[in-house]
Design a protein around this ligand. Structure first.
Ligand SMILES: *Cc1c(COP(=O)(O)O)cnc(C)c1O
Length: 522
């Protein structure tokens, strides 16, 4: 594939060439009638006609599945896998997404047979080991957040928000009035207003101040007896810690409103500050971000919701309970084979908002999160937070002379630049992000948060070494130089991939799902 790319040789960046396997056809296109990926021994029992036997339960025509040999299938998927960018390949600086490395020990633990194969309807007595795992995770998360009660059911961050706001609603209802509106800062993640609307609330926007925090006077004006809660992301999507958080909680509580914290950015707080200590009433965590489960492409995730004691009666059923006076580890009753039933699921909870998910949550993600927490320990988790913040500030310092920094407040785990200086030459944040692909990096988060025009949102996480960070800095600086000297190269990037600029709207609205119809031989 021809490329007009010129990456300056004085940078330390990795050059990525178009992969020769990128002209891979669809399985349906490769298919040829009669090809097989298996061979069975001759029948040693009388043959039966399945069609006759099953009659109307059987399809009358073969499913139009592609027919290929084993090696064709293996090569197809192996080639596709080489097109992927992954955290195992290099830095994945998607801001707000916390694409941290997933230590292999997590995978080892998640694959332990007793955990991986456990049936969700196993009686509590035979699931004590697994329940101990869930119980220990709950206790760790409560310690980390400073909250009183928790549910592990929600399957993602947005699902956790929904669950949390249902708790808020149920509590207000129990006080006689569900209230009407939820306040959301203009720097919020898009899932926050969506959650509020889905829970039946009107959304009211709160403007940010020049430091990227909440404008307290505006907040004071907006909070009234119809305000159910404020949903705040802390640190915000600008990577800025809300230093007035305790005062914000006071303003809300004075009017009977609650403080919801979107805890997706806990990677900046774990081991340092606890939301339960600064006035938060209910929050969710993104285990698949902060606690290292690999994510992207839609899952699987886990968004536990932690709350203060007064919200506990409303938690989704079932709730994991421990029998009074027992605090062992799934021990067996001495002298018998019976397992002491110390932990059990409680279903009879009249004030509960009900189930929000089948079974008990995405347990594989829960196991990985606990493995990560235990492997790091309290000091390790604190170090993780410090390294994540250090890495973000290192990038900020190394890039702030070439990229515009709209908010000067100290960065936490991520840093947000804007394309203001490059836009003068017609180069936008999306162009810079696509050019990063040529330098061997996954793009950062583009055009978010919305309050920064042309945002470049960069979150390195603690996973990156100084060397990897320096390579990223070199790439970003080289692109900044290109934006001045050869802007066309940036505006037409990427040049190293099989396809370059896709019509993303068209791709979503009118997807071309091709396959070749063919005749079957038998
Ligand atoms: C990622 C994220 C969410 C949504 O989490 P999902 O697991 O993708 O649903 C919500 N808020 C913030 C701030 C986030 O970064």
């Amino acid at each position: 594939m021809a490329t007009n790319r010129e990456i300056p040789s004085d940078t330390k960046t990795r050059k990525v060439r178009p992969h020769p396997t990128q002209n891979e056809a669809l399985l349906f296109e490769k298919s040829a009638p009669g090809k097989r990926g298996y061979k069975l021994p001759p029948l040693d029992v009388p043959s039966v006609n399945a069609l006759e036997l099953l009659q109307d339960q059987c399809r009358t025509q073969y499913a139009e599945l592609p027919e290929l040999s084993e090696i064709e299938i293996v090569r197809h998927f192996t080639r596709l896998s080489t097109w992927n960018y992954a955290i195992d390949l290099g830095m994945y600086p998607l801001g707000s997404c916390t694409m941290k490395y997933n230590p292999r020990v997590n995978e080892f633990v998640a694959r332990i047979e007793g955990l991986a194969e456990a049936h969700p309807y196993r009686p509590d007595a035979y699931a004590q080991g697994f329940l101990e795992v869930l119980d220990l995770l709950q206790r760790c998360l409560l310690e980390i957040t400073g909250m009183d009660a928790i549910t592990l059911q929600p399957a993602a961050g947005a699902h956790g928000e929904f669950t949390g706001i249902l708790l808020v609603r149920a509590w207000h209802e129990s006080q006689g009035n569900p209230r009407k509106k939820i306040l959301i800062p203009d720097s919020a993640h898009g899932t926050n207003p969506a959650t509020a609307a889905l829970s039946g609330y009107a959304v009211e926007n709160i403007p940010s101040n020049a430091e990227g925090g909440i404008d307290l006077e505006a907040l004071d004006r907006c909070v009234d007896e119809e305000t159910a809660a404020l949903m705040i992301t802390n640190p915000s999507t600008l990577g800025v810690f809300e230093s007035e958080i305790a005062k914000i909680a006071e303003i809300l509580h004075a009017k009977g409103a609650l403080l919801y914290m979107d805890g997706a950015n806990m990677n900046a707080l774990v081991g340092k500050a606890r939301p339960g200590d600064f006035g938060v009433d209910v929050m969710h965590l993104n285990l698949h971000k902060t606690f290292s489960t690999p994510h992207g492409g839609g899952g699987p995730g886990s968004g536990p919701v932690a709350c203060k004691a007064f919200l506990e009666p409303f938690l989704p059923t079932p709730v994991l309970m421990r029998k009074a006076g027992t605090e062992g580890r799934g021990t067996r009753d001495a002298g018998t084979d019976a397992i002491a039933e110390e932990l059990y699921w409680e279903y009879d909870r009249p004030q509960s908002i009900g189930r929000v998910r089948a079974f008990y949550g995405n347990t594989g993600v829960l196991v990985r999160a606990l493995a990560y927490i235990l492997a790091n320990g309290p000091d390790g988790l604190r170090q993780t937070t410090e390294d994540a913040v250090l890495n973000a500030n290192y990038l900020r310092k190394k890039l702030e002379d070439v990229y515009e920094l709209p908010y000067k407040t100290a960065s936490m785990h991520e840093v947000v630049f804007s394309d203001k200086r490059q836009a003068v030459n017609g180069v936008k944040t999306g162009d810079i992000a696509k050019r990063l692909i040529d330098y061997g990096f996954h793009p950062y988060t583009v055009s978010f948060p919305l309050i920064v025009h042309g945002a470049l949102m960069i979150e390195p996480t603690e996973s990156e070494s100084l060397d990897e960070l320096d390579q990223f800095v070199a790439a970003m600086r080289a692109i900044a130089r290109e934006a001045e000297e050869t802007p066309e190269v940036v505006k037409t990037a990427p040049h190293s991939t099989r396809v370059s600029r896709l019509d993303e709207v068209q791709a979503a609205r009118k997807p071309v799902l091709r396959w070749r119809k063919r005749e079957r031989r038998d």
